[in-house]
Every structure is written in C-alpha cells, then in structure tokens.
Design a binder for this molecule. Structure first.
Ligand code: ADP
Ligand code: MG
Length: 360
C-alpha cells in the first residue's frame, strides 16, 4: 500500500525520491555532516529512514520537543537512551562499549544514565559509537530528526561534541533533518567564528514538494494498488489544493479510500487546523501578535516595504525598520515565510488558507 500515515521505513515504501536517496547514501558514505531540509510532511523522515534502513544507525527524534518552550540536557539524553534501549539488546558489543562511558550503566537490557552533573557526555557516547562502527568496518549514521528543536536546549551546549565528532570520529556520519531550515542553521552556527562547527562543510539535501504530474501519478498509483476507482476530477483537484506535499497527498489518499466524497475537504480542513495551531503556538511563544499581521500581508507575497507600510497603517503608528526586519527574519527562520527574490511569501499552502480567517 502506497498511502501510509507514518513515515516510510524501507526503500520499497518510497514513491519516487531515487535522486534524494542516492545523494543521501553517498553523503553518509563520505561526509561527516549532512542536512536534510524541507517543509513539514514533505517526506524528510521517510527519505532518511528508508535510505539508512539496515545500516548501523542511532536515530533521535527531536520532534518530541516541539511543544516545549525549552529542554534540558537530561531530556535530550532520555531520547538517546530510549534509542539505546532498543539497540543494545541487538548489539552486545555496542552495549559493552557504551557501558564504559562515564555516567552510563548497562544491566541486562536496561540502560541508565546518571543525571545532572554526572550525566554522560555526548562526545564520549559518540566515541563509543565510532569505535563500534570502526570495529565492524562500517559507518554509523547518527540521525537527529527535526534537530532545530535542540536550539531550545538549556544548560549544556551540544556543539562542542558535534564539532569533535565532525573533526575526529571518522566512522560517524551525522544526519540532521529540519523543517525550519533557518533555525537548524542557527543551531549549528556553521558561519559563526566562535562556534565549534565554524567553517565545517555540510552536505545539504533539500526535499521538495512533488511537481503536479508526479503528485497525480502518486495518487493514481496509490488508488490502483488499493483497487479503488477514484475519478480524475477529484485527483486533479487534490493535486491543485495539496501542492505536492506528499504527506497531505497520502492523508487524502487514505481518507478517499473510505469516503471519496468528503476526503478532500477533510484533508484541507485538517491541514489548515494543524498549520493554524502551529502558527498560533509560535505567536504565543514569541508574545507578539504582529506576526499574525505580517503573515497575512505575505500570504500571496509581499516586499519588505509593503510589510512596513501595511503594518504602520494597521497600527496607526510607525513601526521601526529594525522591527520589520526582525519580524520577517523570524518568520523565515521558523519556516513560515520563504524569501523569493525580494518577495516574502507564505510557503505552506495550508497556512496560506488558514491565514484567511485566522484568530489566535
Ligand atoms: N516518498 C514517499 N512515498 C510515499 N509516501 C511518502 C513518501 N514520503 C512521505 N510519505 C508519507 O507522507 C507522510 C509524511 O512523511 P514524513 O516522512 O513523516 O515527512 P516529514 O518528515 O518531512 O514531516 C507519511 O505518512 C509518509 O508515509
Ligand atoms: Mg519528520
């Protein structure tokens, strides 16, 4: 079945993406650091999981931190520990190596980490992974999914460990995905001379939406596999509304198998609701309702000067230049706006729709 409500795990579950998979496989074979970027539900996790299926890998899902205002180092370690609890029973040698790390105890299938000051250091855990991979003559792929969430980590900095891994651990390939490219780049600080990752090269793989013909083929192929007859009209309308975001196409496909008459409306409603809730979350987090105005102004694309003018008109008083720039930059960093030439535009079609009548 082509339509699925969870990320793909294996290559044969992926529709298209041969090129992206090939690039990722090549990158983890030779590069220390690879970034996989793209908007939410475009298929990043699926590409990363399928392309690394059956390889030595440690997968950390930082998406679980999405709703949190900040996270601690212990929270991060908990996520890593959950993955080790899954891996260690399968790999005795890895368990031995991890058990030697200060602050870690392994008893049978259980893994415990000390907390606070005695918590294990990420660099030492990565060294254990490196040694294990080296002994097996393979590379270990260290994946952090939605890594931009780690920007919220307080109390300890992960970058020195990541920089150390980049420079010294030849058997570890790091792969970070991000729905919010700006934030991910800000977290890694590749361009900040004071950052441990300064000047390091990151391979960048962008996962884009499908072009319309491919979206249509995806839907037709999915319906064919499921033995369902769905009219061309409906497929065409779905392709138009869902803008090539494979996660929404798959969601629509699954619903259409049950109730073709209402599936598209339901999908659009759901996508709108999710986009609105995510955006309102951001507005609450920043505490500035100006973001709502700015996003509305940029629904179909607007220049910096348009934003300044509309905002000033809406508020009845001058909004300063640096403030306008800050609002736009943050919206870009958080992935709500994209900059195309000198236009700022809402990239996600669901958010574009949601902004029509949005009240946070
Ligand atoms: N290439 C693909 N072929 C088929 N289904 C896909 C593909 N990529 C993603 N999907 C489906 O789309 C949804 C979102 O994919 P996911 O990988 O979680 O996106 P992201 O990580 O970018 O948010 C999932 O239900 C997944 O099964
Ligand atoms: Mg994902």
């Amino acid at each position: 079945m082509l339509f699925r409500d969870r990320p793909a795990e294996r290559l044969e579950e992926l529709f298209d993406r041969e090129w992206e998979v090939r690039r990722l496989v090549e990158a983890v074979g030779g590069r220390a650091l690879t970034l996989v970027l793209g908007m939410r539900r475009v298929g990043k996790t699926s590409v990363v999981k399928a392309a690394t299926y059956g390889r030595l890998r440690v997968y950390i899902d930082a998406r679980v931190f999405e709703e949190r205002p900040y996270i601690s180092y212990d929270d991060f370690l908990n996520a890593l520990r959950d993955e080790l609890r899954r891996l260690l029973p399968l790999h005795k040698r890895l368990a031995e190596l991890v058990a030697r790390v200060r602050g870690v105890s392994v008893a049978g299938v259980d893994v415990r980490f000390e907390v606070g000051r005695n918590a294990p250091r990420l660099a030492e855990l990565l060294e254990a992974f490196d040694q294990w991979a080296g002994e097996r003559g393979e590379r270990l792929i260290f994946i952090i999914d939605e890594a931009q969430e780690l920007v919220k980590l307080r109390g300890r900095n992960l970058l020195p460990a990541l920089g150390y891994a980049y420079d010294h651990l030849r058997n570890v390939a790091m792969v970070f995905t991000g729905s919010k490219a700006g934030l991910l780049l800000r977290f890694l600080r590749l361009e900040d001379p004071h950052s441990p990752l300064f000047g390091r090269y990151a391979e960048r793989i962008d996962i884009g939406p499908f072009p319309p013909e491919l979206s249509a083929r995806f839907l037709e192929e999915g319906f064919r596999q499921a033995g369902a007859e769905i009219g061309r009209d409906l497929v065409e309308r779905a392709v138009e509304l869902l803008d090539g975001v494979v996660g929404w196409l798959a969601y629509f496909g699954l619903r259409a198998l049950k109730s073709p008459g209402t599936a598209l409306d339901e999908t659009v409603e759901y996508a709108k609701r999710l986009a609105a809730s995510e955006f309102c979350h951001f507005v609450q987090y920043t505490g500035s309702r100006r973001y709502i105005h700015v996003a509305k102004i940029c629904r179909q694309g607007a220049r910096w000067s348009d934003v300044k003018r509309y905002l000033t008109a809406a508020e009845g008083r001058e909004v300063s230049d640096p403030e306008v720039t800050k609002l736009l930059t943050n919206l870009v960093n958080y992935g709500f706006l994209e900059k195309r030439g000198d236009l700022y535009i809402v990239a996600d079609p669901a958010l574009r729709l949601a902004l029509g009548d949005l009240r946070c």
